[in-house]
Design a protein around this ligand. Sequence first.
Ligand code: B3K
Ligand code: ZN
Length: 882
Amino acid sequence: PQTIRLEDYRPSDHLIDRVDLDIRLAPHDTRVSATLAVRPNPAGVPGAPLVLDGDELTLLGLALDGQALPADAFAASPGGLTLHAPPQRPFTLTVETQIDPTANTKLMGLYRSGGVYCTQCEADGFRRITYFLDRPDVLSVYTTRIEADREEAPVLLGNGDPGEAGAVPGTGRHFAVWHDPHPKPAYLFALVGGRLDRVSAPFTTMEGRAVTVAVYVEPGKGPRADYALDAVLRSMRWDEAAFGRPYDLAVFNVVAVSDFNMGAMENKGLNIFNDKYVLADPETATDTDYANIEAVIAHEYFHNWSGNRVTCRDWFQLCLKEGLTVFRDQEFSSDMRSRAVHRIGEVRTLRARQFPEDAGPLAHPVRPRAYAEINNFYTATVYEKGAEIVRMIRTLLGPAAFRAGMDRYFSENDGRAATVEDFLSAFAAESGRDLSAFARWYERPGTPRVSAAGSHDAQTGRYTLSLRQSLPGGDGAPLVIPVALGLVGAAGPLEATCERVRDGVFVLEAASDTITFAGVAEPPVPSLFRGFSAPVRLEMDLGDAERLTLLRHDTDPFNRWQAAQSVAMRLILDRATARAQEAEGAEGAEGAEEAGPAAAAYAAALGAFLDAEALADPAFAALVLGLPGEGDVANEMGRDVDPDAIHRARQALRRHLGRSLRGRLDPLRAALAPAAGAPFSPDAASAGRRALANAALDLLGIADPEAGTQAAEAQLAAATNMTDRLAALSVLAQIPGPARERALEAFGERYADEPLVLDKWFALQATIPEAGTLERIARLRRHPAFAMTNPNRVRALIGSFGLGNPTQFARADGAGFALLAETVEALDRVNPQIAAKLLTTFGSWRMLEPARSSRAGEILSRMQARPGLSRDVTDILARTLA
Ligand code: B3K
Ligand code: ZN
């Protein structure tokens, strides 16, 4: 495939100021008539041909200023339309195309989901609707007339504000016209037609504009849309208060569909969502689902400014809208919930998804320099690391200059397609700082390492801290790294001074640097990267006792949590590497799992922590109790990874922790139980209590499987909400035996008609870390609810296996890799985008020990030899194997 490079960017030779669309929906024969107001771009090449993008289109008619074009004036194929010598003045081009939305299983362009017509145009789906300059720097004002059968599609929605609507006399059809006054790139175009229920609410903006907010869902599911509707209203208010950004149309519509390639899409005034991120009620949604709905609703809404009003010049600038909008939705969720708890969640996601990406063959800069298939760059790096960059700007500049920079960025670029340079220059202008060295964050792939060493001089009361940065494989100029830090003593935080630390932040700009604190009477424990102030790996030789001091006394909740994680990580690593060295087969007798004094000290510290604080902040306590994931441990090892050894080591530590805390678990669960008859509330405090109670149940399950089974069965029977029900089922799923099979079967039957709940059930079974799971997955693939055409089902069953079941995915016999590869190959013929995404589960294959990695390599190479793979899969394969 052809490589597209940032350095080759040049403006379009033509612009399209207005687009008038007339779309007549029909299941197989949809007709699209597009009238384009085209003019030469003064910044382009004069006299250049007009080259319109297309993808699987059938051209039915073409006219220039109302006159049919002679055959030799143009060239057309399903993949494009070229006018060899277009007029060098403004002109109108009318193009008629035919498309088949029912046959569109790629879910890009116009397609049908459960009978509902809907669209997905980002990144390049609009060219599957009509021939167009399908690039984000061509902005047009759209008017769309949608026509459909009145029975089949009583609801017709488009971008912008509604206009004329009515019947098409004598046909059983009707139409609606939508006009969007805000110029936008084609990727923000959308329409919806179908039979849908609606919930709505009024909103008045800070400017006094009256807005009607509505959420559309499958018939009968209206009540499940209330939470999402409320989340829209809260997002609108928050963006006004936090960023001064009001909404700008008379309506804001959200539509939930069941077949969707990603989470949701920010089309102007008409956000289209995967129904997983809209539908919620206590019976079917977990606390995590509620939190995700709130976050995704906010994210798409916030794009109205960061993405739509200010869009991207080209796809290399994707982080400009995505990283920024993730930052904005993280801030929103932090304000709605607990900031500390949310921050820990953000970092867990970053480490679980972005760090491995950055350490493997798919690593790329936050602003990539080249791509073969842009849809493969909607990655954790662009999104999550992109958000961390924005967060660092705020840390470096402080909240006031940050806000001023944001205001300037929005006002300078409103209605424009901007670049990362435009973004940085707004902050430079407001703060008077030179951000050119900081800009390296956008260019360098890989996770930087910062190593730290400290020494205390009791005589002078000085503490010296040396920091050194390095980027794997990189020898370029250093990065600008904000290090939020403080010192902690045996009995609490220390008041120490260092003139190079401002507002608690030292900025590491050189490859290495040393700072000195005065007034340090006792040997301190440094608390570095508070709040995870930069996306780096910190290497520091702290002892467990020092880390446990941080857990106890640090003022920074993130580093308190981090301290417990670091101790657990070292314990797991030590055991996993010792195990890996012992000739294998030693699925240790219980005796071999005897914990040493270090594990005992860790468990004792967590016990004391629970006694002191569990009930004061249950959500935080639940996080402190959690061990690093198996993937985190693998990533920390970096090479020669044996997932079985990691799994055993982690399980052993969990078991030890559970047994040590055993006496506390039942009382804790009892203390956290809601009052009988109390109504369910998805708020953060209630969710936190459930999280801690379920963490206790989980420890009970591993410490004492018999008691755990009983408690989980009881919880399953009594649960009044999906959070508690699924948590109980997850505990049972980890304990082989008839109780597990009974519970799984009953759950599957109970929710047979609830696809989103069945997804949880598929995912849970796919992640059981046992050899029998492969057989289970083969069975579930034949389940009537499973379908390759539905991305949620595929992600639930196969994606969860690849991402969440390291021992079985990376089985030594290669059977797990083979399962993934077969699915990717089959799926590639249906939906290449999802196939490519699934294939990225192989991203860390080179980290595995030689036997496993050579199996993975063989399977990937075999796939590469197959003819007819999509560009999406070909691109991921080539990079994964490179
Ligand atoms: N902007 C969309 C993602 C589009 C993905 C295209 N392959 C959703 C979001 O990030 O808000
Ligand atoms: Zn986004």
